[in-house]
Design a protein around this ligand. Sequence first.
Ligand SMILES: Cc1cc2nc3c(=O)[nH]c(=O)nc-3n(C[C@H](O)[C@H](O)[C@H](O)COP(=O)(O)OP(=O)(O)OC[C@H]3O[C@@H](n4cnc5c(N)ncnc54)[C@H](O)[C@@H]3O)c2cc1C
Length: 465
Amino acid sequence: MSQSTVDQLTAALGAAQVAVDDASRNARRHDYWMVSHVRDLVGTPADKPLCVVRPRNVEDVQATLRIANATGTPVVPFGLGSGVVGGVIPGAKAILLDMGAMARTRFIDETNLLASFDAGRMGLSAEEEVATHGLTIGHWPQSVAISTVGGWVATRASGQFSSAYGNIEDIIYSIEAVLPTGELVTLGRGPRAAAGPDLRHILMGSEGSLGVITGVTFSLRRAAEARALSCFEAPTMQGGFDLQRTIIQAGWRPPVVRQYDERESRRLDARAKACLILMVHEGPAALVAVETQAVAALAEAAGIAAAPTDIVSNWLGHRNHVPGWDELTSRNIVADTVEISATWDKIGLVYADAVKSLAEVPGLLAGSAHSSHVYRSGLNLYFTFAVMTDGPAAMEAIYMDCWRRILEATDTNGGSLAHHHGVGRVRRDWLPRELGDGGVALLRTIKAAVDPNGIMNPGALLPDA
Ligand SMILES: Cc1cc2nc3c(=O)[nH]c(=O)nc-3n(C[C@H](O)[C@H](O)[C@H](O)COP(=O)(O)OP(=O)(O)OC[C@H]3O[C@@H](n4cnc5c(N)ncnc54)[C@H](O)[C@@H]3O)c2cc1C
């Protein structure tokens, strides 16, 4: 049956679009999830997919899904594989659908501030093209140069400038997708609609489990006229949280607001003695000037000192450096980041409980956090853990224990268990805690209706039944 699926794909798309060679399949065994890398090290690597299909257009995606649906063959969409939660582990029976050949610009509309791309377009390349028109998507994940616009939607991503420009759900205008039956849908056709539930949200965060996103249209912004930087140093994390809350609830909207605990502050800048708060202000020059002054006044009123703004410019310059896991594993270190969110009254408790719990892990080198996305009702925390181990064989269990500690601390205090990396495999068993049993049942019902043969990315997002 497997061979006949490949034969059917080859007949429908052409041999050039269906790779069965070892190198292509080997390169698409998994995404950037550390556990997959650890499994490679310990000799239990993920299987190579059945084949790698590279659609050139929507019709190729439709043909692929029709064949997969008829033959019951799993399909795993793949953007650039920068996902960090194990969303891509296709296994030996699956078609790996590599969207990299679908990377066209469909249109850029300067009047209505819209830009549309094929879903496989690399994010930075899309941003650079709209920038030539004096526009910006305004979505800056650290992985902007190693992720696709379709991947952003599929994972419900968040960028570094989100505090004013919003997360992906605030930037998306419309989504085009192919469902498992091969049917094409385009969701979103005006600046706003009250036409039943907003179906775009079913695809945002679907992680390849409901269909293949083939096109993404963004609602753009004009490039900011002015930019200014602010930096402060709060004596405690809670003091910093309180200042952030005061600023955001007063109505000020710096696109970048980041707060680092003491450990991370020292790593960011050796001069730091407490908790650094970095801000980037953008917009019309007059607004930027007023906001910068207002924020400084609020910090002064809170007794929080200003810090040198070169800390912010240094961060801007180096913010997208992407470390490879090999740098760590070669020194027997297992590490990861875990992002969560909570309301203002709970975020300090989550931070304290998680850091305290991580401190109990033998060999802990770092158990720290910063915030990077602020909202009127609360903010996120982005925990980092790094643990010295006896070697790769011990890494997966330690890794899972650190994740458990952070998610337990979040759950116990009523926070949300996933801010922007998604669920994949690392969080799927935590989904009932986030959505409740009823929420998981609803998601299963939607999945069963849209994908009755269960071909789309099995094993990711939903816990085993
Ligand atoms: C160093 C680093 C920094 C990062 N920083 C950020 C950050 O700042 N903010 C953030 O939000 N994330 C961040 N990430 C996580 C990751 O980059 C995002 O999740 C990104 O959106 C994934 O895009 P991708 O194209 O690489 O998707 P992939 O990794 O290829 O896929 C991710 C998931 O989406 C599905 N998928 C991909 N494309 C499609 C499609 N066209 N249709 C349907 N499903 C699809 C896959 O099946 C998989 O389940 C970071 C990752 C790394 C390694």
